[in-house]
Ligand binder design. Structure first.
Ligand code: SAM
Length: 294
């Protein structure tokens, strides 16, 4: 008979008063931390995006807890009987409140930002209980640079707004992370290929679940992949970094010539250094030479 390793017991240490932002699994229920279970077990109230979803998680771990739905819209209205006011009152009495979303890290494209801000402003303790995050799971799987990245959330649903949104990110020297739904994936990939060009990218789907996949390739190839036309499940798109355009000596000269018509050499050099990202000292020397007609 195989011997199963012992299941670590829940902590019996008392839980400090405060608001706990608890990350929960994004698919595989075993991706829950022991600390998350400790908090969900010992808190006074679980605020859940959807109590039915969170009930399944609690039941899987034999926990039963008072739960209330955290209604983001009611919270935003600052209704005196709304969730933010009620939660702040409970925290003021020394309560321990756990905020969870349906999956992953709360407040990342999920409700809770206003509540966390209000709790911080009121001077209550706020504790992150880190764990699953679809954005970071996809980033680690994509095979693209991880040293600098930007999480951009869901792109706008309409193509014109989406292209404008993408264009603002085009020159960033950072890997980009987007959430997307299956029905919009092909259109989003097509717009990304158009705006970003054939950069390396990856589409991560159903992470931690039975049908987990990650398709890697350049954006133009991914945009034409029939397997990525309306696939089922949850999706993260990762796009490799752009290259900030490097200004040439000719760019510097023409920008300086224009700036010198309005400004003295020192200020012209500062302005062009800021706009082209070149060293001010070199630009100043160049500006003096241009003024002297050299
Ligand atoms: N707060 C969550 C987190 O930290 O992972 C994200 C919530 S957001 C409302 C839901 C989006 O996250 C989905 O549309 C999808 O883009 C992404 N997502 C969530 N779970 C995923 C999974 N298992 N695989 C791939 N993407 C997932």
């Amino acid at each position: 008979m195989s011997k199963r390793p012992p299941v670590p017991a829940l902590s019996e240490a008392p839980l400090a008063p405060g608001l706990y932002l608890v990350a929960t699994p994004i698919g595989n229920l075993r991706d829950i931390t022991l600390r998350a279970l400790d908090v969900l077990n010992a808190c006074d109230l679980v605020l859940a995006e959807d109590t039915r979803v969170t009930a399944k998680l609690l039941t899987a771990y034999g926990l039963s807890k008072r739960m209330e739905r955290f209604d983001e819209h009611a919270a935003a209205r600052e209704d005196p009987r709304g969730p933010t006011t009620k939660t702040l009152a409970l925290l003021a009495e020394g309560g321990r409140v756990a905020l969870v979303s349906d999956a992953g890290t709360p407040m990342v494209s999920d409700p809770g930002y206003g509540l966390a801000r209000a709790a911080i402003a009121a001077g209550h303790s706020v504790f992150p209980i880190p764990g699953p995050s679809a954005a970071l799971a996809a980033l680690t799987l994509a095979g693209l640079p991880t040293d600098r990245f930007l999480f951009a959330g869901f792109p706008p649903p309409r193509s014109a707004a989406r292209r404008t949104f993408l264009a603002e990110l085009a020159n960033l020297r950072a890997t980009l992370i987007f959430f997307e739904g299956g029905s919009r994936l092909a259109a989003s990939l097509a717009d990304m290929a158009e705006v970003f060009g054939p950069r390396p990218a990856a589409v991560a789907r159903e992470l931690t679940k039975l049908h987990e996949t990650c398709v890697r390739g350049t954006l133009d190839v991914l945009a034409r992949d029939p397997a990525l036309d309306d696939p089922k499940g949850e999706i993260v798109i990762i796009v490799g970094p752009g290259e900030a355009e490097v200004a040439t000596a000719a760019d510097a000269q023409s920008a300086l010539a224009e700036a010198l018509t309005r400004l003295p050499p020192g200020e012209a050099a500062s302005e062009v250094a800021r706009s082209l990202g070149l060293p001010r000292r070199d630009l100043y020397r160049m500006a003096l030479a241009m003024r002297e007609g050299r």
